[in-house]
Design a protein around this ligand. Structure first.
Ligand code: BES
Ligand code: MN
Ligand code: ZN
Length: 500
């Protein structure tokens, strides 16, 4: 649904639909109370009749009697008025957006006031608005038959958020709205089908960040061959579509510190290659560029809110297909680092893309730290399901910062182990290492593989987002197959630890 958001100072909603908040004692704020009074104390009566207790997530939809200019009053329960964090406000925005969508209204006033009379901060109101924005997202680009409501103009809604600190809310939302845009960039990229979004098309989308002041470089096959990225190039051999490596730079601190580098796996479609995947569910592998999408969305977010930090995003874009020219099990490739890799399974391709992108990142930028994101293994979904991304790190401080950003944003991560015994599992008979480690601990051996391409002294973390970036569970703020996981997490990680 298309959502036009604005903020306004407290005022009585004149007509149309109004949304007000109510706590679990059925208390209403000042404006809500006044509205209720003009309606003759309807809220308490309806609450009693409808067994409404003001619980978080519940609501009361009241059609107002004739004679009142206001048509409809939606009373949204928020549970306890105290102790709400920003993420609670964000979720509430999402929940209320869903209810508004259900009403088919075209103009809505949301009266944002705490039933206990306490202030709502600008950041909280902005988080609320962001929740609405993220909930309203719908990937319907390829639906040619719109539903009846959409044909009747019900696909767009103007929402005015009425709040005491309206101008503070507005400026906070200017920043947070930029982060939401980044999330939506990532969601769109992941949702796009493979025929539309190959490596070149993805690179073109990344190029669009130039409008925001991001420098974008696109390396083609020739340049990558010159750099000796044969691990990445090997994956692309079976595809008719040439690979790309995209480097995005946001110089928000003008080179004061060494840059933070984020690296993303961008396998635009992963058929498995010669080690072909089974057919069932293969369509989901259009989302195997979720790591690269998150990095692109993050760069968008940082640039949109003009983050005071130097950040580089690097994404390796390929398509993994079976073909007469495709690489085969048993092949040995030499990575950019010089280390050789025996290909045991062509479906373990993400690590081959990342190892060259990681090496390139360190050689060229001497980063302060590197975080990579990848839909790397099915095994991480066996371990953690869809609710945590797997976190691997060679640095406890970095791991802690990421874990805290996860808690703050609700994009949760869970630390997994690394160690010598796991590392041994990828030793190869014929080369320096092999690209799979056997049946057990598949996510860890994948991480051990990446670790072999991290230089001593470089703080590094790897996020396995196979379970969180796509096939995402529906939440208050995400109803899409692709959640855009990683953008809010890393934006927060950067903001809380590396901006001045
Ligand atoms: N892209 C997949 C991992 C994946 C699976 C992501 C399901 C999202 C959902 C990755 O390239 C892959 O195929 N990994 C293999 C590794 C194995 C061959 C060692 C896997 O997890 O089975
Ligand atoms: Mn694969
Ligand atoms: Zn893959």
């Amino acid at each position: 649904m298309k959502l036009n958001l604005s903020f306004a100072k407290p005022q009585m909603p004149a007509d149309g639909v109004a949304v007000v908040l109510c706590d679990d004692k059925l208390a209403l704020g000042a404006i809500a109370g006044a509205l209720d009074q003009t309606a003759g104390g309807l809220v308490a009566r309806a609450a009693a009749a409808g067994n409404f207790k003001g619980k978080e997530g519940s609501s009361l939809d009241l059609v107002l009697p004739a004679g009142l200019a206001l048509d409809r009053l939606l009373v949204a329960g928020i549970g306890k008025a105290e102790g709400r964090g920003e993420s609670d406000w964000m979720k509430l925005g999402g929940t209320i957006m869903a209810k508004i969508g259900g009403l088919k209204a075209t103009a809505v006033t949301v009266v944002l006031e705490r039933p206990d009379g306490a202030d709502i901060e600008g950041e909280e109101a902005a988080a609320f608005a962001a929740g609405m924005r993220l909930r309203a997202y719908d990937f319907d680009r390829y639906k040619t038959r719109k539903s009846d409501d959409e044909e009747n103009g019900g696909d767009a809604v103007d929402v005015t958020i009425v709040v005491d600190k309206a101008s503070k809310a507005k400026s906070a939302y200017k920043l947070l709205g930029g982060v939401c845009d980044g999330v939506i960039v990532a969601r769109d990229l992941v949702n796009e089908p493979g025929n539309v979004l190959g490596p070149e098309e993805f690179a073109d989308r990344a190029k669009k960040l130039e409008k925001l002041g991001v420098e974008v470089e696109v390396l083609g096959e020739k340049e990558m061959r010159k750099l000796k990225m044969d691990a990445l190039l090997g994956v692309a051999l079976g595809s008719a579509r040439p690979p790309r490596l995209v480097v995005m730079r946001w110089n928000g601190a003008k080179g004061k510190d060494k840059p933070l580098v984020f690296v993303g796996k961008g396998v635009c479609f992963d058929s498995g290659g010669i080690s072909l995947k089974p057919g069932a569910g293969m369509e989901d592998m259009k989302g195997d560029m979720g790591g690269a999408a998150a990095v692109t969305g993050l760069m968008h977010a940082l640039a949109a809110r003009k983050a005071r930090v130097d950040v580089i995003g690097i994404i390796g874009l390929v398509e993994n297909m079976p073909d007469g020219k495709a690489q085969r099990p048993g092949d040995i490739v030499t990575s950019m680092s010089g280390q050789t890799i025996e290909i045991i399974n062509t479906d373990a391709e993400g690590r081959l893309v990342l190892c060259d992108a990681l090496w390139y990142a360190q050689e060229r930028f001497e980063p302060r730290l590197v975080v990579d994101l990848a839909t790397l293994t099915g095994a991480i979904m066996i371990a953690l399901g869809h609710h945590h991304a797997g976190l691997f790190a060679n640095d406890d401080d970095l791991a802690g910062q990421l874990a805290r950003a996860g808690e703050a944003t609700g994009e949760a991560v869970w630390r997994m182990p690394l160690g010598k015994d796991y590392d041994k599992l990828i030793d190869s008979k014929f080369a320096d290492m092999k690209n799979t480690g056997g049946r057990w601990a598949g996510s860890i051996t994948a991480a051990q593989f990446l670790k072999r391409f991290v230089k001593d002294g470089t703080p590094w973390a790897h996020l396995d987002v196979a379970g969180t970036a796509m096939g995402s569970p529906k939440t208050e703020i995400s109803q899409s197959w692709s959640s855009g996981f990683g953008v809010r997490l890393l934006d927060r990680f950067v903001a809380d630890n590396y901006e001045k």
